[in-house]
Every structure is written in structure tokens, then in C-alpha cells.
Design a protein around this ligand. Structure first.
Ligand SMILES: Nc1ncnc2c1ncn2[C@@H]1O[C@H](COP(=O)(O)OP(=O)(O)OP(=O)(O)O)[C@@H](O)[C@H]1O
Ligand SMILES: [Mg+2]
Length: 188
């Protein structure tokens, strides 16, 4: 599983990883559209509301029915909707909020959405959810300033047990506080 805050770089790395491992690739944004796993639109937040229960069921069926030895699931809420019994490794991509802000401009978020997502990165939202729901499988990777192929190489090193991985490797809250710019980043 590849998870992390919106626009952190999940899909870029997950697609390359899937190609290298000859794995099946499931992008949850596309999966929700393909199987109509939505409950409607959140007008205020301008996002689609996912039917998490229906998605969990459909994912379980899809993974059970897959002939592939390896499946890569890509999505910022992937940890919450993929049955833990089917998950071996969870990679949470982390990006320094200062760099992520620039990426988010490329992703075309509104100002409000950008600050909401930056706050989520700063308070470790995806990481905490992953550790709660998929304990013992989580590997946090700081992808700040790294190219996609470097991220993929690091993931493969972990999968092949040539590299150990940890959680709690970044502290954006402390970093921004020390630099005196935390308030600016936590506005919503
Ligand atoms: N390692 C990288 N170096 C430079 N640019 C990158 C890197 N990874 C991704 N990008 C760029 O950052 C943007 C977001 O990447 P990507 O779509 O992979 O993120 P995502 O986490 O899948 O986003 P979403 O949650 O919206 O699906 C894209 O414009 C992509 O080209
Ligand atoms: Mg994506």
C-alpha cells in the first residue's frame, strides 16, 4: 500500500513500483469512479464522499479474485479501506510542508483545500491512521527532494529486507515551530 497526504507523490511512485514488480495497480480514486463507490459530493469542501464500507467490500473481492502475486493499492485513505488481513506493507510518503505547498499549487487545489491538506500533513494524519489500522506494517518514507525512482528504489530495498524502516522519522510541527512559521501553516 502507498498512502500519504493528497499530492505528496503517491501515484507517481506507485505506478513506477507496480511496473518494476510486475504488480497489479489499484488507484482508489479511479476504483471509486469505476465501481461507483461514492455517496455524493461534499459541496463545501468540493470533494467526493466515498462509501468506505462499499469500497472495503469491493476491494476485498478484487484482491481475493486477483491472479497477481503483488497488488499495489494507492490512495490517501487506503489504510482505512483495505482489509488488514490482505495488507503486507504500508508505505506512508511524507513531504516537507514547504515543498508540499509548491506541489499543491501544481495539483490545482483551491487555497482552502491546500491549507486543509497541509494541516493534515503537519499533524501526521495519514501516518496515524495507518499505524492505528495496519499496526506493525507501516514504513514512513521522507520523499522530500527525492526523485520518483529514488523513492521506488527505497521501497524495493525495504520489501527485499535490505533496509529497515521506522515510523516517527519526521517532525514537521517541531520544524515549523522552530522556524516561527507554524501559525502560517496551520491556518484552515
Ligand atoms: N518525486 C517527485 N519529484 C518531483 N515531482 C513529483 C514527484 N512525485 C510527484 N511529483 C509531481 O507532484 C504532483 C503530485 O504527484 P502525484 O499525482 O503522484 O501525487 P498523489 O499523491 O498521487 O496525489 P493525489 O493524492 O492527488 O492522487 C504531480 O504533478 C507529479 O508530477
Ligand atoms: Mg494520486
Amino acid at each position: 500500500m502507498i498512502t500519504g497526504t493528497p499530492c505528496v507523490g503517491k501515484t507517481s511512485s506507485a505506478r513506477q513500483l507496480a511496473a518494476k514488480l510486475n504488480a497489479e495497480y489499484i488507484n482508489l480514486t479511479d476504483f471509486a469512479k469505476t465501481y461507483n463507490l461514492t455517496l455524493g459530493e461534499d459541496k463545501e469542501r468540493k470533494t467526493t464522499i466515498i462509501d468506505e464500507e462499499a469500497m472495503q467490500q469491493k476491494l476485498k473481492e478484487t484482491i481475493d479474485a486477483s491472479a497477481s502475486a503483488n497488488i499495489i493499492v494507492d490512495g490517501h485513505y487506503a489504510a482505512a479501506v483495505t482489509p488488514p488481513s490482505q495488507v503486507t506493507n504500508v508505505f506512508v510518503l511524507r513531504r516537507n510542508p514547504k515543498e508540499l505547498k509548491a506541489f499543491m499549487h501544481k495539483c490545482g487545489f483551491s487555497e482552502a483545500k491546500m491549507w486543509e491538506n497541509l494541516s493534515a500533513e503537519i499533524i501526521d494524519s495519514c501516518l496515524v491512521e495507518a499505524v492505528q489500522i495496519q499496526p506493525g506494517k507501516v514504513c514512513e518514507l521522507d520523499v522530500t527532494g527525492k526523485a520518483v525512482d529514488e523513492n521506488v528504489a527505497e521501497i524495493i530495498e525495504v520489501l527485499e529486507k535490505r533496509k529497515k524502516c521506522y515510523v516517527g522519522i519526521v517532525d514537521w510541527l517541531g520544524m515549523l515551530e522552530q522556524e516561527g512559521i507554524l501559525d502560517e501553516y496551520l491556518k484552515t
